[in-house]
Design a protein around this ligand. Structure first.
Ligand code: DX5
Ligand code: ZN
Length: 226
């Protein structure tokens, strides 16, 4: 089983929102993607940031943006993030009645398309849809808040997805999000994840760039076949 080199995506949800540009620059050279958590106080109870913040950030860094939409009605809002220059736009399976159609919209707007699976959602009904996607985000917590404890049982979904991706020779990143830190990233990598979101573990560290490098090294070592 070959898994591509790992992507580490710091989540700015754990950054200081009053100094966002500086916080982005702190990880710019070390990280692969910048993970942006958009929450609408409807799909999840929390409320974070939206399109104007993404547009402003786009002007201050060349980092690829990995936008994670935890919102209702993604068909209405998601393409705007692609137009704003997001590299990857991920929306939730639970919020969409036609995920494949929205994936097409995102790709024609020039972005990668991502499908997110929340804690209580099984992966099996979505496996056949994966050829329409570039990223599969498997939550390792219940979506909505940073700083929660990683749920190792959810890695079963990562194993299932990795087998499916390998067997079908799909080009798809398998991303994990929630509670990823130095003490959890290796099990996620061993299960077959190849993109790792980390909020608290990066922005809670004294040296965020160093934290990213350390996470990547751990993920590389634990990857299947490494
Ligand atoms: C939560 C968000 C996560 C969050 C992760 O719903 O999707 O991206 O920022 O935060 P940590 O790494 O602190 O669990
Ligand atoms: Zn996220």
């Amino acid at each position: 089983m070959t898994v591509p080199p790992p992507i580490v995506a710091p989540s700015i949800l754990a950054a200081d929102f009053a100094r966002l540009a500086e916080e982005v620059r702190a990880v710019e050279d070390a990280a692969d993607w910048l993970h942006v958590d958009v929450m609408d106080n409807h799909f999840v109870p929390n409320l974070t940031i939206g399109l104007p913040v993404v547009q402003s950030l786009r002007a201050v860094t060349a980092m690829p943006f990995d936008v994670h939409l935890m919102i209702e009605d993604p068909r209405r809002w998601a393409p705007g993030y692609a137009d704003a220059g997001a590299y990857n736009v991920t929306f939730h399976a639970e919020a969409s009645d036609d995920p494949v159609a929205l994936a097409k919209d995102l790709r024609s707007a020039g972005a990668k398309a991502g499908l997110a699976i929340d804690r209580d959602t099984p992966i099996e009904p979505y496996l056949d849809l994966l050829p329409s996607f570039d990223t599969l985000l498997i939550m390792t917590i219940k979506a909505g808040f940073g700083g929660q404890r990683f749920i190792p049982q959810l890695l079963e979904k990562v194993r299932t997805a990795r087998q499916h991706v390998s067997a079908g020779h799909l080009e798809l990143r398998i991303e994990v999000d929630g509670g990823i830190a130095a003490d959890t990233i290796e099990q996620a990598a061993a299960a077959g994840a190849d993109a790792f979101v980390a909020g608290t573990a990066v922005y809670g560290a004294a040296d965020p760039a160093e934290a990213v490098r350390h996470l990547r090294a751990l993920a590389e070592r634990a990857a299947p076949g490494a």
